[in-house]
Design a protein around this ligand. Structure first.
Ligand code: 6PG
Length: 240
């Protein structure tokens, strides 16, 4: 049985292969700074959806140094792990510790996914919230070794096209999460995907081949940039 592919799935994205993870970190911070500057100049606010996981943490650590109008930023999360607010593995905790605790974004403009309500109620509440704020200006995404993004995992019967959904059997712990669906993640003017390390090679290769993975479905046809280091790119030739 042939593996379904999405033709030209990554054609709309600009790919940059950088020598090392640190180069990806600095380039990603520069993309976010530029996106914010453009949105603030054009629309007077900047709506960004943040990736969870480890890869973006060093990027977030660079952001307090940028010159910007923090009071006009509006922060959203692509997904959240159903963990206590103080758990160091909770995405919002990681982002606060790395960045938001050090900048004056007004608390009412930082929209943490309310997983304390329970996954289903949190997904419903967050879907109602984000419907008032799309299109986003920038959605930042990571990529898992299996091609997942946010908490949309391959093979899970997910309402991926929806706005926000509860995930109960994620293969990446913790199993219970809340994630924006592809519909919400695609409701953006721009997307930034970052991936580093050899463990991501297979996912990057399959994605570039158009294999139907969550990262493929979420980003196909979107305008944006993919920043990867040489280790994640492996031997895939970058034609653009
Ligand atoms: C999460 C993230 C997830 C992450 C990828 C990559 O909650 O884990 O939202 O989608 O972006 O799994 O994770 P790393 O950056 O840690 O490799």
């Amino acid at each position: 049985m042939t593996t379904p592919v999405i033709p030209d799935a990554t054609e709309s994205l600009v790919w940059e292969v950088l020598p090392a993870a640190a180069d990806v970190t600095h380039a990603a911070a520069a993309v976010i700074e530029h996106s914010a500057r453009e949105a603030l100049a054009l629309r007077g606010n900047f709506r960004i959806v943040l990736a969870g996981g480890r890869t973006p943490i060093d990027v977030y650590r660079l952001l307090p140094a940028i010159e910007t109008e923090w009071t006009k930023w509006e922060i959203f999360f692509g997904d959240e792990r159903c963990l206590p607010a103080t758990d160091p593995e909770r995405n919002s905790r990681m982002v606060f510790d790395a960045w938001l605790a050090g900048v004056p974004v007004p608390p009412h403009r930082i929209h943490v996914i309310p997983v304390e309500l329970g996954p289903d109620s949190a997904a419903t509440r967050y879907a109602e919230l984000i419907a008032r704020y799309t299109p986003f200006d920038l959605v930042v995404l990571g990529v898992g070794e299996d091609g997942h993004t946010a908490s949309l995992f391959p093979g899970l019967a997910l309402n991926e096209a929806g706005w926000c959904l509860a995930v109960f059997d994620a293969p990446k712990p913790p199993a219970t999460r809340v994630s924006l669906g592809a519909g919400a993640l695609r409701a953006t003017r721009d997307v930034l995907v970052i991936a580093v390390g050899a463990s991501k090679q297979s996912a990057i290769h399959d994605w570039r081949a158009g294999r139907v993975l969550p990262i493929t479905r979420v980003t196909a046809g979107l305008q944006g940039r993919v920043l990867v280091d040489a280790a994640a790119m492996g031997e895939c030739a970058v034609s653009r």
